[in-house]
Design a protein around this ligand. Structure first.
Ligand code: FES
Length: 115
């Protein structure tokens, strides 16, 4: 699983968007574009994970890591993780288990694109 290229789902729905999710996505993509290890990482917008009050929300797949309240300060560390050089950002995994399990199971089943 660790050798599989990572995919970052970024919530683009209204609450996460109002907290800057799209600007964070742009910055992550910019850093990946400049990174020799960033070429295989894919970003995809996702319309709501159901955790609207704890965003901006992002999920790293196949790691099944849901990061809540991501800020600009977290972006460099997130890129390190996406490129396989850095550890999981466990401090950002604050979603409740029920909601996270529901969404992660949808992603496991290939339900990518929207919720
Ligand atoms: S608006 Fe982002 S989780 Fe719902």
């Amino acid at each position: 699983m660790d050798d599989q290229p990572k995919k970052l789902f970024i919530c683009d729905n209204i609450d996460c968007r109002s907290r800057g999710s799209l600007e964070l996505a742009d910055e992550i993509q910019r850093l990946l574009d400049d990174d020799p290890d960033g070429g295989e990482v894919e970003l995809e917008e996702y319309t709501c994970f159901g955790g609207c009050d704890i965003g901006p929300n992002m999920i790293v797949y196949p790691d099944r890591a849901w990061y809540c309240g991501v800020t600009e300060a977290d972006v460099p560390e997130l890129v390190e993780n996406l490129t396989g050089r850095g550890p999981r950002l466990e401090r950002l995994e604050t979603a409740d288990r029920t909601t996270a399990g529901f969404i992660l199971n949808i992603l496991d089943a290939g339900g990518w694109g929207s919720f």
